[in-house]
Design a protein around this ligand. Structure first.
Ligand SMILES: Cc1cc2nc3c(=O)[nH]c(=O)nc-3n(C[C@H](O)[C@H](O)[C@H](O)COP(=O)(O)OP(=O)(O)OC[C@H]3O[C@@H](n4cnc5c(N)ncnc54)[C@H](O)[C@@H]3O)c2cc1C
Length: 221
């Protein structure tokens, strides 16, 4: 984990653990809100907003009863605050599956992110276990008899979310410019986190650095 990035002449010292790397360029692909904690003199960001999420892996000893339909891969319940679950063994080629794992997703999107982060911190495993099972048992009434284990992950800043005006944010647009020797490349610069934006920004940053290196070499030789 990188814990400091220092300007050194035209380049940088990047400190990770006890190791110090000397670099000509930095591609900063970690979530952008972390940059001010790592880079000297960088002011805290004010236009980036992140939703906290909770995910849980439920180990099922056997499949529960289901109201309404056959089991599917992705299961979203109507009138639920959660995003439901995906079944990790749905594409298994085995002819018979007894046990499975469901991954349950809960984007805490209603209300202020800071309050929802506090809720994540304040409530313990028992609270979330009951909330998850309560949601699931509306469709799977015997779910409590099937689950043998629940592993819960609290993600304080899981996904960037665009707040009103984000598209015009001068701060975001400036950081996304990719000029100079530090290039920001996290998907949050697109306003919200999706894989396509992560891939686009990473490749774009690498191309920019390569062309700058090539330009430098062309001038040197
Ligand atoms: C529960 C959940 C479900 C999602 N589902 C989808 C989906 O179905 N489809 C979709 O398109 N997107 C989904 N997303 C969004 C997804 O996270 C993004 O699309 C993608 O991961 C963003 O990639 P990224 O490279 O921009 O950032 P990240 O994946 O966040 O990568 C940033 C990396 O920086 C590393 N890092 C942080 N600090 C440091 C440090 N100090 N030193 C070194 N490394 C550091 C982190 O460990 C991380 O690996 C989901 C997100 C969540 C939380």
């Amino acid at each position: 984990m990188v814990h400091k990035i220092l300007q050194r002449g035209k380049g940088f010292s990047v400190l990770a653990g006890d190791t110090e790397y000397q670099t000509e360029f930095v591609i900063f692909a970690a979530p952008t809100f972390l940059a001010p904690y790592l880079m000297e003199g960088m002011a805290p960001l004010y236009d980036f907003e992140y939703s906290p999420w909770l995910t849980a892996n439920l180990t099922l000893e056997h499949f529960p009863e289901s109201y309404g339909t056959d089991p599917t891969w992705d299961n979203v319940f109507m009138e639920s605050p959660t995003l439901g679950y995906v079944d990790a063994t749905h594409q298994s080629l085995r002819s018979h599956v007894d046990r499975t794992v469901w991954t349950f997703y809960w984007a805490l999107a209603d209300g202020l992110p800071s309050e929802n982060r506090q809720l994540l911190l304040n409530q313990d495993w028992n609270y979330w276990k009951d909330a998850i099972l309560h949601d699931l048992e509306r469709v799977h009434p015997d779910i409590r008899k099937c689950v043998s284990r629940i592993d819960i992950m609290r993600l304080g800043h899981a996904m960037a979310r665009p707040k009103v005006g984000a598209i015009f944010s001068a701060e975001r647009r400036n950081l996304a410019k990719m000029h100079g020797r530090i290039l920001f490349a996290n998907s949050d610069l697109s306003g919200f986190s999706i894989f396509e934006e992560a891939q686009y920004r990473g490749v774009h940053a690498a191309d920019r650095v390569l062309s700058q290196v090539a330009g430098t070499e062309a001038r040197t030789h």
